[in-house]
Structure formats: structure tokens, C-alpha cells
Ligand binder design. Structure first.
Ligand SMILES: C[S@@+](CC[C@H](N)C(=O)[O-])C[C@H]1O[C@@H](n2cnc3c(N)ncnc32)[C@H](O)[C@@H]1O
Length: 326
């Protein structure tokens, strides 16, 4: 008689729109049992326990201290978690590291989430786990998901600016999503788009993804003058608006511009469009924002690309102050 897999003992809520089952090449995963519409919450979960420490400082002793305080059923659930559904973890510290999520707050807090950590990764996911602002985390559908489809989210927050090789190095496993399939046109374009997005992020934020100025190894912005303009925020407002809108176009083409990302980025774009003080620029910026599509907004904003604005100096000063405050 075949043995029941330990994951069968995990408490998936009865009304949850997914089931756990094997996902070829990825251990187990979560699969939709019915249609899930974009924006729907798929699962909200409380942690089994939390540890208030930076990730790299969490030790075996820390995890064991939490483990001994669990009830018998909870202990059994913790012990059921496998390394990619097959082998048991050698150390509890490893179980925690692979199956925990960062919760916002200070000091940094990590929670052990038994169900959220059963969802596999994709660089082109159909769901997202937004930054948590409390003890719970939740996963939301970022597009319509059909019954039977695997539900995935992206494990890292900056992957939209990382090429396939960079992503695989960070993941330590090989993803086989559409953006990772070597030898395809989509994959080649995906790498180009994500590399370009990293450059655009540098130009608009004045720092790289890690919040630091670029080093001399593998520079993102090669042109020294342009790099310095980015770093001291002296890029004109008209250029800044076009760069932001180009980022939105590229994210959309890549299939990453979900409603949560729009909610996060759009306020900055709207604010920026309202900063113009040269009347002709302000008019075009307003027209750009009024367009229905990101490509339309970008195309319209290009009409003022490179033009100076009365607000340029003031904007540079504000952005420098904001950056110095972190
Ligand atoms: C947090 S677990 C996810 C659930 C896991 N598949 C399981 O069976 O318990 C993360 C591990 O799942 C596997 N995995 C997740 N996404 C994957 C993907 N896109 N391709 C291959 N393996 C993946 C990797 O082994 C990874 O270390």
C-alpha cells in the first residue's frame, strides 16, 4: 500500500480555491480547483511562529526554542515540511529558512508559514504575496487563473530587473517559466527588457537595486555624465517622466504589470506629472496621463522629452532630500 504523503496532513482551509499535489520537476505545488478571478485573495495565513531577528542571524537554537513551545499537532505539521516535497531537512534552521516570509516591522520579523511556502516560484507568476503589514500574509491572484492551473508567485522582489542567469543564481534552482526557457525569442527579449528596466531604475532612483551606487564591475549605466546626472537627480523632469512611463511599457510587455504594481507605481507617476511648471510641458504631461494605454502615455510624453522645465531645479533638490532621508 502506498504511503500517504506528509503534506496531506497540512490544514488547507476547506473553502480554499486550491489543492496541494505534485508539480513535475518542482516537488509539490498549489493548483487551482476552480476559476480564480484577478484580485481575489487565494489564502490568508497566520504564522506557526515568528522570530524577530535578521534572517542571517537566525540560528538552530532560535528555531528549536519556538518549536518546543508548539502543540503536538503543530509540531507534527512543522516536521512534515520536506525539502522540495521529498527529503526531510537536516536542521530545523533550514526548514525555517526555506519556508519563512519576512513580515514588515522593526526589528525584522520572519514568520514560518506552512501553506504559503507550498506555492512554487515563477518569474512570470499569476499571483503575488504583497509585503505584509502585520502578522498575517496573503496571496492574491494577479490575473485570472483557470481550474487546474498551478498558482505561483515570484520569490524575489527585484526579479523584474534581473536577467535569467541572475535570477537562477539567486534562486539556487532552475526555473522553467516562459521567461527562463533558453532558445526562445521571448526569453531573449525578456532578458533585454529586464536589463533595460534595471538601467531605468538606476536613472530614476540614482541607485542600484541594493540601494547603492553602482561599482566599477559590470556597470549598469556606462556613460559617466548620465550616471552622475542620475545620482544627483539632475535629470530633467521631462526625461524622468518618459523614463518612468517606458518602465511601465516594458513591465506590461513582459507580463509583469499587475494591478498591485500599478497601485504601487502610479501615484509617483501622477505626482511627477503634476510637478511641471512650464505651461507647455504641464499641458503635454497632463495629456499623456489622460491616455488610455501605457504605450499611449509614453508616446505622448515623448513629445517633451529633454525639454527643460522651470521646476527642474526644485525637483532635483526635493529628490535629493528624499533620498538622504532613505
Ligand atoms: C518553498 S518550496 C515550494 C514548495 C515545494 N515545491 C515543496 O514541494 O514543498 C521551494 C522549493 O520548491 C522548488 N521550486 C519552487 N519553484 C520552482 C520552480 N519554478 N522550478 C523548480 N523548482 C521549484 C525548489 O526546490 C525550491 O527550493
Amino acid at each position: 500500500m502506498s504511503q500517504v504523503h506528509p503534506y496531506r496532513s497540512l490544514n488547507v482551509p476547506r473553502d480554499a480555491p486550491f489543492e496541494l499535489k505534485p508539480s513535475p520537476g518542482k516537488g509539490w505545488g498549489a493548483f487551482a480547483t476552480r476559476r480564480i478571478v484577478r484580485g481575489a485573495m487565494i489564502l490568508k495565513e497566520w504564522p506557526l511562529f515568528i522570530i524577530q531577528k535578521p534572517h542571517e542571524e537566525i540560528t538552530e537554537v532560535d528555531v528549536r526554542k519556538c518549536f518546543v513551545q508548539l502543540g503536538p499537532g503543530e509540531k507534527q505539521q512543522f516536521m512534515s515540511i520536506r525539502d522540495n516535497a521529498s527529503t526531510t531537512f537536516m536542521l530545523m534552521q533550514h526548514t525555517f529558512a526555506e519556508n519563512s516570509f519576512l513580515l514588515t516591522g522593526s526589528p525584522p520579523t520572519h514568520g514560518m508559514f506552512l501553506l504559503h511556502s507550498r506555492f512554487n516560484h515563477s518569474c512570470l507568476p499569476n499571483a503575488k504575496v504583497p509585503e505584509a503589514s502585520g502578522e498575517t500574509i496573503a496571496i492574491f491572484a494577479t490575473r485570472d487563473i483557470v481550474a487546474g492551473e498551478e498558482i505561483t508567485f515570484c520569490y524575489n522582489t527585484d526579479f523584474e530587473c534581473r536577467t535569467k542567469n541572475e535570477r537562477h543564481r539567486a534562486l539556487r534552482f532552475v526555473c522553467d517559466c516562459k521567461a527562463c526557457l533558453t532558445g526562445t525569442l521571448f526569453q531573449e527579449l525578456s532578458d533585454l527588457r529586464r536589463r533595460l528596466l534595471r538601467g531605468l531604475q538606476y536613472l530614476t532612483h540614482g541607485v542600484d537595486l541594493d540601494g547603492k551606487r553602482q561599482g566599477s564591475v559590470s556597470p549598469i549605466i556606462v556613460d559617466t555624465e548620465l550616471r552622475q546626472a542620475a545620482e544627483n537627480f539632475s535629470i530633467p523632469l521631462s526625461v524622468r517622466l518618459v523614463l518612468w512611463l517606458l518602465s511601465m511599457v516594458l513591465l506590461e510587455e513582459e507580463g509583469l504589470l499587475d494591478y498591485l504594481m500599478i497601485e504601487r507605481l502610479n501615484p509617483s507617476i501622477l505626482r511627477m506629472a503634476g510637478w511641471f511648471r512650464t505651461e507647455s510641458n504641464a499641458r503635454v504631461a497632463k495629456q499623456a496621463i489622460a491616455q488610455d494605454t501605457w504605450l499611449g502615455k509614453f508616446g505622448m510624453a515623448c513629445r517633451i522629452y529633454g525639454l527643460r522645465d522651470v521646476a527642474d531645479h526644485e525637483v532635483a533638490v526635493i529628490l535629493r532630500v528624499l533620498q538622504s532621508r532613505g
